[in-house]
Design a binder for this molecule. Structure first.
Ligand code: PLP
Length: 370
């Protein structure tokens, strides 16, 4: 036995890992409720249960497919995704959730000592992966969650720090706002760095009637721009684990060589194909967006400050965030809290779920906020 096997690892010291989400069972036990009473408004998953196309694909799936390895080239999957988003299949790099692709981008672009610019506050995994890679994070942080950084502020930080990678989330989690394409172009055009735009909430923005946000079109002119998408949120496949990276033509072959050979399993692939073939997905997105607006309106009427978001969630500032989150949890309703310091201090985020699930939350909010 060696004295401490940590010394054999590349990161022998403490690491800043993604904080593990508490399980439904753990949350239920913490407030003494049966687990069936727990409803998650903290994970931005798709309210209303699986899409019919996903359920159908599950029922038809033959587990014989699990015995053999699948198609390492993901031909059918890439074709189906490509047909949905209007991109040639070879530019699509599938992975086990957007998270795997955040790691792929990070390890493909940066290493120890390199700089990474992150427009913050945002999804924590960009910084987690940068830290694991030994890179230095340069956060360009908003003063107020509702006021987006200027494209100049982001671009000039990349230039000033000589960073090799920048992360932008559009629509942004947790603030819900999105960068118009002109802003993304201003940030990335001619920049000596890879700019990755996380668009895992784009489908909800489009269902909100917002147009001109899809960054994929920019890749024809910007060959340093990557676009990250997920099927976790809009297609209800968070547990199946599937996301994809869209890369410009010039980087397609390289990213195909850099990815894991087969991280999307056969069952997940079948569910993804079912979801992509389901024409009712867009109706679900519109229904969720209507619920989001209803929830936002209800929160505004209680006097909370509410951000105008384009995702499937509402970000709001109640009089006492910690007290409200605890009171909701005592009823089994879990909302997202944020660190006690920084721009999100005092704010909460709640996923807009299906009408019946939202009714539960709105009734509880009305009682707690008077
Ligand atoms: C902005 C953003 N990007 C990526 C992810 C991760 O997505 P996936 O479940 O596909 O790994 C999330 C999940 O919350 C997210 O909010």
């Amino acid at each position: 036995m060696s004295a401490d096997p940590h010394r054999l690892l590349r990161h022998p010291g403490p690491i800043d890992a993604y904080p593990l989400e508490p399980s439904n069972e753990g949350l239920a036990a913490s407030v003494g409720l049966p687990v069936e009473r727990i409803v998650r408004y903290d994970l931005n998953t798709l309210g209303g249960g699986p899409l019919p196309g996903v359920r159908g694909a599950w029922e038809e799936w033959d587990p014989a497919a699990a015995v053999e390895y699948g198609d390492l080239a993901y031909r059918r999957l890439r074709e189906a995704i490509g047909a949905t988003i209007g991109v040639a299949p070879h530019r699509i790099i599938p992975g086990a959730g957007a998270d795997e692709l955040i790691r792929l981008v990070t390890t493909s672009v940066i290493g120890p000592g390199d700089g990474v610019v992150i427009a913050a506050p945002t999804f924590p995994m960009f910084a987690v992966e940068a830290g694991l890679a030994g890179a230095r994070v340069h956060a360009v942080t908003r003063d107020h969650p509702g006021t987006r950084q200027t494209p100049d502020a982001i671009r000039s930080r990349v230039e000033a720090t000589g960073s090799r990678l920048a992360w932008i989330c559009s629509p942004n989690n947790p603030t819900g706002d999105a960068h118009p394409l002109a802003e993304l172009r201003h940030i990335a055009d001619g920049l000596e760095a890879i700019v990755t735009v996380d668009q895992v909430y784009l489908e909800f923005a489009e269902a909100s009637g917002a147009s001109g946000l899809d960054a994929i079109g920019l890749q024809d002119e910007l060959d340093n721009l990557l676009v990250l998408r997920s099927m976790a949120k809009a297609y209800g496949l968070a547990g199946a684990r599937i996301g994809y990276l869209v890369v410009p033509d010039a980087l397609a072959e390289r990213f195909d060589a850099l990815r894991l050979p087969l991280s999307v399993g056969a069952a997940t692939e079948a569910l993804a194909l079912g979801a992509l073939a389901d024409a009712s997905a867009a109706d679900r997105h519109r229904a969720i967006v209507a619920e989001r607006d209803r929830l936002a309106g209800a929160l505004r009427s209680t006097g909370c400050e509410v951000l105008d978001g384009l995702g499937n969630f509402v970000t709001f500032r109640p009089p006492d965030a910690a007290r409200l989150a605890a009171a909701l949890l005592a009823r089994g309703l879990v909302v997202r809290e944020f660190p006690a310091t920084g721009p999100m201090a005092g704010w909460l985020r709640a996923t807009a779920r299906a009408a019946d699930e939202n009714a539960l939350l709105m009734a509880a909010l009305a009682e707690e906020l008077g």
